[in-house]
Design a protein around this ligand. Structure first.
Ligand code: ADP
Ligand code: MG
Length: 268
């Protein structure tokens, strides 16, 4: 038994590389290899690593958006079976929200903001005054409730990422997963969204899994961090320890190569 809300054991994912010639031998890419993850309820885990190190693959497996080649994922002690189909994962959708890097790609341009944000309430069959909840969550992310009537193209990148975040939390998930959700935003907007995420953690005890290549974001938001390289975790531990006293040379190189925001200015 463990008190992990999210628990993965021996998690691995291989992808077949496309072949160009007819009798070419099959080649495989190991995107994730024999990885264990534990995220305690109410805690925040940051995931860092160079491009192609397996961060997004890990996130997709944890959310049941992709099926592992090896290993298992459990959320609150319940097996996540991505092969079982959408209906079987209803419970996991109910408990999780996800935000990706590109806010525009994840918003249907033909749908009003209100429909986009409220869609999970309908899809998950959550009762209550759905329109009121949409207005409330728009306000929570720092938008005007009247924006529900408008369309995504009318908004800036930062506003669209707020819309994406509103959609991710409208059904009050207890787990929020972000795959570089702040990367496309400028510094000011990033600071605002960061503050918002901190509030959600404080107020709602949200459990957070956050992929970011911005060390300032990880430092501000995450209790623990895992460092990935070639599909494996090469270092992990409390954020302060890993960032300030990295034990592995890869982590030291990674930290030297990625943006660092002055830690004495939280939210900067
Ligand atoms: N759908 C896919 N098909 C084939 N290869 C993939 C697929 N998704 C990821 N990969 C490969 O797996 C590795 C890890 O990718 P990814 O998890 O996206 O890394 P990161 O998010 O850290 O940049 C990369 O080599 C990538 O090319
Ligand atoms: Mg990625």
């Amino acid at each position: 038994m463990s008190d992990s809300l999210i628990r993965a054991r021996g998690l691995g994912r291989r992808f077949r590389q496309p072949t160009t010639r007819l009798f070419e031998p099959k080649k495989w890419t190991t995107a994730l290899d024999d990885t264990d993850i534990d995220v305690a309820a109410g805690s925040a885990m940051g995931v860092i690593g160079e491009s192609g190190s397996g961060k997004s693959t890990l996130i997709r497996l944890l959310l049941g958006l992709d099926a592992p080649t090896t290993g298992t994922v459990e959320v609150d002690g319940r097996a996540v079976d991505a092969r079982a189909g959408a209906r079987a994962l209803h419970w996991l959708r109910r408990r999780t929200g996800v935000v990706f890097q590109d806010p525009y790609a994840s918003l249907d341009p033909r749908m009003s903001v209100g429909r986009i944000v409220g869609e999970p309430l309908w899809a998950l069959g959550i009762d209550g005054d759905r329109r009121a909840r949409v207005r409330e969550v728009l306000t929570d992310v720092g938008l005007d409730a009247a924006m529900a009537e408008r369309f995504p193209h009318e908004f800036s990148g930062g506003q669209r990422q707020r819309i994406a975040l509103a959609r991710a939390i409208v059904h009050r998930p207890d787990i929020l997963v972000g795959d570089e959700p702040l990367s496309a935003l400028d510094v000011t907007v990033r600071a605002q969204i960061l503050e918002l995420l901190r509030d959600l953690r404080r107020r709602d005890g949200l459990t957070l899994v956050l992929v970011s290549h911005d060390i300032g974001v990880v430092q501000n938001l995450c209790d623990d961090v895992v460092v990935m390289k070639d599909g494996r975790i090469v270092e992990e531990g409390p954020t302060e320890k890993v960032l300030l006293q990295p034990q592995v040379s890869y982590t030291r190189r990674l930290l030297a190569s990625i943006p660092v925001i002055d830690p004495t200015r939280p939210g900067a």
